[in-house]
Design a protein around this ligand. Structure first.
Ligand SMILES: Nc1ncnc2c1ncn2[C@@H]1O[C@H](COP(=O)(O)OP(=O)(O)OP(=O)(O)O)[C@@H](O)[C@H]1O
Length: 491
């Protein structure tokens, strides 16, 4: 079928891996689908794209006449290209009015076209690169985690933009974002790949039903295995007892016969046990996370008509907020509104000019989760700083978050997926007792199961938290209050 992607018996493994990433996968993807690609961190979503792009050697067949294009590919910074030049590099025939129209769908003013690409905010760069992807009509876009630089509004705009297009695959862990446009969902599971017609909610509903059915079958199988194991034990002792208690030769012969029969029954029973064990379906579950919380004794934060000044002007419209023990405040607002700056002010990182009143009482034990690009730590340096006992808890937390020790112990962190790297910082932030959790861009790169693990833990342990996040599902489920920062317009 021309135009479609036909994948049969695909198997793939990086040389340093023990278990294959993909084993005997067969799946067909239609060129007109708006396909959402899901999977836990490290399951191989980016690697799947690399296979389609022809960047990795695999076994099996991948047949397609489509020309795949990957997002994000950033222009070389040294060339100082304007946004317009970035857009026209591969699409020289496109006219300025067409560019302006596409930009308007992305809620970007035309003047952005004339700016140097690298002076644009992360969200603006994402939008320009996505527009560039779709200008090339002959190409089939493979879009890898577009939301990381996008605030809630940006996610809505890009979701609407993608809804106008068709024929692409998007990897994202933000179900709310994906539900705006996908018409098919493909999930890379532990042992299989599912494709479902419908959005993420449809997939989640079908998966829940399938898991419940599998769980029911598993329970029956476990019951049957227990029964067979009892039979096997009983049969084993039965012939033995008879042989030991036999006195004369005739009885011993009979006992030997009995013994032979019982051995045959035992063997058959054990074969049946192995058969039943193979039928047990591997239903993926997550362990509940523990947060160790020592609530602060007093109010942590008070802001009244408060704003941070930059060059004498308010960065955001003045705000009023209180944070009391066990409250979870999430700061929202568009990119560039000053969310991370406000967090830094609260933490006392740096010198700030401010307006309005404030009171900040920081407790001693603060758990910090910073944006990935602000960190110079990694798994190895974290391990070095921990005591033997903390090391055990840290590794246990990583395992609970879905990173198996075997998947990261011997591999250079250069090759870790973005989610695997993020979990290192999350596990570190969960280590030990804390009175306040200051977590910035919590859900970026994290898979949906971890996001739900965090929501459950936050609701159970009710930590005092000041956070920033753009995932609507996470914020609406974890926050007890939100504070929207609105960038102050300069008149
Ligand atoms: N060059 C490489 N050599 C060895 N292992 C690699 C290499 N590249 C990736 N991996 C490993 O392969 C697995 C799949 O990586 P990939 O980036 O495809 O995952 P992903 O599903 O995109 O994850 P995420 O959701 O975190 O972005 C991960 O365990 C990763 O550490």
């Amino acid at each position: 079928m021309a135009g479609n992607i036909l994948i049969s018996n695909l198997s793939f493994k990086y040389p340093s891996m023990i278990h294959p990433l993909f084993e005997n996968i067969t799946v067909n993807i239609d060129e007109n689908w708006k396909l959402g690609l899901l999977g836990r961190n490290g399951r191989g979503k980016t690697s799947f794209f690399k296979i389609l792009l022809g960047d990795l050697d695999y076994d099996g067949n991948v047949q397609s006449s489509l020309i795949f294009k990957y997002f994000p590919i950033f222009p070389a910074p040294d060339n100082h290209l304007t946004a317009e030049e970035v857009l026209l590099q591969k699409n020289p025939m496109v006219e300025r009015w067409e560019l302006e129209m596409e930009l308007s769908y992305m809620d970007l003013p035309a003047e952005v076209l004339d700016r140097d690409f690298y002076v644009l905010s992360g969200g603006e760069q994402t939008k320009i690169l996505l527009v560039e992807l779709f200008l090339n009509e002959g190409a089939f876009p493979l879009i890898d985690e577009p939301t990381n630089n996008l605030d809630v509004h940006g996610r809505k705009v890009v979701g609407d933009y993608l809804n106008r297009k068709k024929g692409f695959i998007v990897v994202s862990h933000d179900q709310h974002f994906l539900n705006q446009f996908v018409d098919h969902t493909m999930a890379i599971n532990k042992e299989s790949i599912d494709v479902v017609k419908g959005d993420i909610d449809t997939w989640a509903y079908e998966k829940k039903n399938a898991d419940e059915l599998a769980e029911e079958k598993n329970q029956k199988l476990h019951h049957e295995i227990n029964r067979l194991e009892t039979v096997s034990k009983r049969v084993g002792t039965w012939g033995q007892m008879r042989e030991n208690s036999s006195k004369d030769a005739a009885e011993r012969r009979l006992a030997a016969k009995q013994m032979k029969r019982s051995k045959a029954i035992k063997k058959r029973t054990e074969e049946k046990i192995v058969e039943k064990q193979a039928l047990i379906h591997n239903v993926e579950t997550v362990e509940a996370l523990k947060m160790r919380v020592d609530q602060p004794h007093k109010q942590v934060l008070l802001l009244r008509d408060f704003s941070i000044l930059q060059n004498g002007r308010c960065l955001f419209e003045p705000v009023n907020i209180d944070v009391y023990p066990s409250e979870r405040l999430f700061i929202t607002g568009k990119n560039g509104a000053g969310k991370t700056t406000l967090l830094n002010f609260i933490l006392g990182n740096g010198q700030f000019e401010v307006t309005g009143d404030y009171q900040i009482r920081l407790p001693d034990k603060i758990s910090l989760l910073q944006q990935q690009n602000q960190l110079d730590e990694d798994h190895a340096s974290i391990l070095q700083q921990l005591t033997a006992e903390e090391k055990q808890s840290y590794l246990h937390l990583l395992r609970q978050l879905g990173s198996k020790r075997s998947s990261f112990a011997d591999r250079s962190s250069d090759h870790w997926s973005s989610g695997e790297q993020k979990k290192v910082f999350l596990a570190n932030a969960l280590l030990g007792n804390h009175s306040l959790f200051v977590w910035d861009e919590v859900t970026n790169y994290l898979d949906m199961m971890v996001i739900d693990q965090l929501i459950a833990a936050i609701n159970k342990y009710k930590p005092t938290m000041i956070g920033v996040d753009h995932n609507e599902h996470f914020v609406s489920s974890a926050a007890t209050k939100t504070l929207e920062l609105i960038k102050k317009r300069n008149r």
